[in-house]
Design a protein around this ligand. Structure first.
Ligand SMILES: C[S@@+](CC[C@H](N)C(=O)[O-])C[C@H]1O[C@@H](n2cnc3c(N)ncnc32)[C@H](O)[C@@H]1O
Length: 379
């Protein structure tokens, strides 16, 4: 491929919705090479090239993206590293401060023990590439031995730093390109929050909530009351408690005993719609992770968020895409959330999401107006 192109990585299986989404926002882009979990788009020649390193694709399904520089095909990994570094047009690039190497997702996260993220192999290759880049940096400027001049391997980048991305699309086929760190997720290798499921976690929802909190950065303060709809067995409540929040788990199913014993945890063993109308006026944040279709999830959340005695500041909602067709309904789901008076909404398919997405929602002043209007209508 000689013309300019961008690459996106996504969940294995999400490539079709990702293509539709990108082409609807960027109608002049054209899809090019793709594999499950990795998609490239040809960018028109007149597209301003200097905007590409920091391009915000406004995508729910792209974990990360960058400007394509080429691909290497070889069966020998040592040779691949050498070939890759030799092919980098370093004189046309800013100083590369980071090397991020990741593998295309082989299966859906959570299947066959697979979880996205760094591993021994990707870290080893990233270190080898970084060492070669450092040797080049030092040979061009031997006095420059400061750490800032050295590329680091599979670490979180700082804002504005230039990152070399190497995507192991197949063991013997690596694609490479670069991007400049802007958003929180564009600083993570492969757009994946680096975390492993700890021994004590009672479900993999632990990973999902850990990543959601890091991505959304909602201003939840220690001791704030957070309610989770669909909380059993309790992985996500565990990470909420580890963040020093007070947690209410709403679920008719049984919570793990370690949660029930925690002094900051309360179990409401009901469906969300059956929650008593009083007694929970201190809830400030809602999380939702029910295994039901999105509109039913939104019914449950609406039941709580529109109550007069509760003032919800923000939410992290998991919407299950029980089939990929539901991705087309996303604008309607977001309209419904806006109708409750929440204007600040972002969506992302998290690396640890399965076939679902995360919606981060923050309050606007309008919620008060809606509540006042409803009160007036009732009186
Ligand atoms: C994927 S599991 C949740 C995993 C959980 N977040 C964790 O951290 O372990 C989905 C849960 O949603 C619950 N659920 C389904 N409909 C619900 C409703 N209307 N209200 C509350 N919980 C509901 C189910 O009982 C089930 O335990």
């Amino acid at each position: 491929m000689t013309s300019q192109y961008i690459y996106c990585s996504c969940q294995n299986g999400a490539q079709h919705v990702l293509k539709n989404e990108i082409l609807s926002v960027w109608p002049t882009f054209r899809t090019a090479f793709s594999r499950p979990g990795f998609v490239t788009f040809k960018v028109p020649a007149d597209f301003p090239a200097n905007s590409l390193p920091t391009l915000n694709l406004k995508s729910t399904f792209a974990r990360t993206s960058g400007i394509g520089l080429g691909k290497i095909t070889n069966d020998d990994q040592t040779e691949m590293v050498q070939q890759l570094v030799a092919e980098l047009p370093l004189e046309q690039l800013p100083t590369l401060k980071h090397v991020h190497v990741w593998q295309r997702d082989p299966v859906l996260p959570g299947n066959r023990d697979f979880e996205p993220g760094r591993n021994e192999l990707t870290d080893k290759i990233a270190s080898e590439i970084a060492a070669k880049l450092q040797a080049i940096n030092l040979s061009t400027d031997p006095s420059n031995t400061s750490t800032a001049a050295l590329a680091s391997a599979n670490r979180i980048a700082k804002a504005d730093e230039a990152i070399l991305d190497v995507i192991m699309v197949e063991p013997n086929q690596w694609w490479f390109g670069w991007h400049q760190a802007t958003t929180t997720v564009s600083r993570w290798p492969g757009g994946i929050y680096s975390i492993r499921l700890p021994e004590h976690a009672v479900s993999r929802a632990y990973l999902k909530m850990a990543e959601a909190l890091q991505w959304a950065r909602l201003p939840i303060a220690a001791q704030d009351v957070v309610a989770e709809i669909g909380s059993a067995p309790g992985g996500s409540c565990q990470i909420l408690l580890e963040n020093d929040f007070k947690v209410i788990g709403i679920d008719p199913a049984q919570m793990h005993t370690s949660l029930l014993e925690h002094p900051n945890f309360t179990h409401v063993r009901h469906k969300a719609a059956e929650m008593r109308r009083s007694g929970f006026s201190n809830i400030k944040w809602i999380m939702s992770d029910s295994n039901v279709v999105p509109n039913y999830t939104l019914d449950s959340v609406e039941h709580i968020v529109t109550r007069d005695d509760i003032n919800i500041r923000g939410m992290l909602l998991t919407l299950k895409l029980t089939n990929w067709e539901l991705a087309k309904e996303l604008p309607q789901y977001l309209d419904r959330i806006r109708s409750w008076g929440y204007q600040y909404i972002r969506t992302r398919q998290l690396a640890f999401n399965r076939r679902e997405i995360c919606v981060a929602v923050m309050k606007s002043r309008a919620i008060r107006r809606i509540k006042r209007r409803r009160k007036k209508q009732r009186s």
